[in-house]
Design a protein around this ligand. Structure first.
Ligand code: COA
Length: 406
């Protein structure tokens, strides 16, 4: 699927167009660091093999108290701080993840509740390591068509929970973390300019996690192809070949759809899977490796979270400035891939939008969200009790309805 270029090619001016700008960004990673040496105590491997074949030195691993939703929440709060907006201003929350909190409800709904984003719709995006690029495009499209004004797009994963810790060809590669961006409508040209999304499902079993999908629950056992249920299986060399091919192709297409040339792109923020994939993509594009953001040495492959985490660190390192063009490229399970071109730099918010005490009001929103959830549970318990004592009292029904509207 090739998206029509929504942005004016250089030189053209569209009137009354709406653009989707990134106005906030944030990340969160667990504190626990697992080095390559730590891994060599778990499987037969060593630092030299891992670093030479992948570029990874260490990764973060979630504690028992952390989950995809808790990491997503922290990344989201950091992004809202930078954007300096309130949770109630959000119209849409998308969490791109392959390790959701539950099958349902969506992790996005959980985050929506914890933020107190009571006016937002929420859903999860399943497109594996390309999930963030897919989700960003869905949110940007909704903004451009004026269906919404403000969206929160999160990539969040706890890959450590689905790794086969006895498989040295996969457990060395992945880590946990989350990254988020806030998108907002503006009439200033820029923001998300073009996106290309692609999939080749014939490669579905090169990278998969058998589990509780309808295929796995048909009574024939839950181990298709002999893979372990709830554990990641990957044909590493096959995925490597696929990735090196699609990264350069999709970047070139997205750049051309934006009416730009590769030379216009200041920084490419790729999915952080393997430094050799990035090096080979740089060679294919005939550009210097330094134009790619790389931080996989610290975090490994965090799947849908890797692009927003790398983006946040690129901004913190001053590698993106106002009006720079940047490209994000994702690839992985599906097989699916996608690339997007963004003009960096958020239009200045109007002065009245930056009202006083927004930081305190955000904190209040998070606190009130927790109180609200507990209050609703309490009311449900009490009304259930009364209903059992005095069945079908209209008053109880009405009370519950009123409380559920709070
Ligand atoms: N430590 C030590 N040896 C290892 C090892 C490890 N962690 N993992 C694999 N090996 C061994 C293999 O057993 C094999 O040994 P053999 O030749 O005696 O059979 C040898 O290394 C080569 O295996 P191979 O799988 O061909 O290695 P490789 O050079 O392709 O590197 C990957 C393996 C996984 C690093 C590489 O295939 C890769 O990065 N693929 C892409 C993965 C990826 O990025 N996936 C996510 C996309 S979203």
């Amino acid at each position: 699927m090739v998206m029509p270029n929504p942005a004016p090619a250089r030189g053209n001016v569209y009137t009354h167009a709406t653009y989707a700008h990134i106005i906030g960004w944030g990340m969160a990673v667990p504190e626990r660091v697992m080095t390559n040496d730590d891994l060599s105590a778990i499987v037969e491997t060593d630092n030299e093999f891992i670093f030479q074949r992948t570029g990874i030195r260490e990764r973060r691993i979630a504690s028992d108290k952390e989950s995809t939703a808790t990491l997503a929440l922290k990344a989201a709060q950091n992004a809202l701080n930078i954007a300096d907006i309130l949770p109630i201003e959000l119209d849409l929350i998308i969490v791109a993840t392959s390790t959701p909190e539950y099958v349902f409800p969506s992790t996005a709904s959980i985050v929506q509740n914890w933020l107190g984003a009571t006016k937002a719709g929420a859903f999860d995006m399943s497109a594996a390591c390309s999930g963030f690029v897919y989700a960003l495009d869905m949110a940007a499209q909704a903004i451009r068509t004026r269906s919404i004004t403000t969206a929160l797009v999160i990539g969040a994963e706890t890959m450590s929970r689905i790794l086969d810790w006895s498989d040295r060809s996969t457990c060395i590669l992945f880590g946990d973390g989350a990254g988020a961006v806030v998108l907002r409508a503006s009439s200033t040209p820029g923001g998300v300019l073009s996106t290309i999304l692609r999939s080749d499902g014939s490669g579905w079993d090169s990278l998969c996690v058998p589990g509780i999908g309808s295929r796995d629950l048909t009574g024939g056992g839950i181990e298709p192809n002999g893979h372990k249920p709830f554990r990641m299986y990957m044909d590493g060399p096959e995925v490597f070949r696929f990735a090196t091919r699609v990264v350069s192709e999709s970047i070139q297409q997205a750049v051309s759809n934006a009416g730009l040339k590769l030379d216009d792109i200041k920084l490419i923020v790729p999915h952080q899977a393997n430094v050799r994939i990035i090096q080979s993509s740089a060679r294919a594009l005939k550009i210097d490796e330094s134009r790619f953001m790389v931080n996989l040495d610290k975090y490994g492959n965090t799947s849908a979270a890797s692009i927003p985490i790398a983006l946040v660190e690129a901004v913190q390192q001053g590698r993106l400035k106002e009006n720079d063009y940047t490209a994000f490229v994702g690839f992985g399970g599906g097989l699916a891939w996608g690339a997007t071109v963004v003009k960096w730099g958020s239009p200045k918010l109007k002065v009245e939008d930056r009202s006083l005490l927004k930081g305190q009001r955000r904190q209040l929103s998070y606190t009130f969200a927790g109180v609200r959830t507990r209050w609703r549970k309490l009311v449900k318990t009490v009304t259930d009790l009364f209903e059992r004592l005095r069945p079908r009292t209209g008053r109880m029904k009405r009370l519950r309805e009123r409380v559920s509207r709070l």
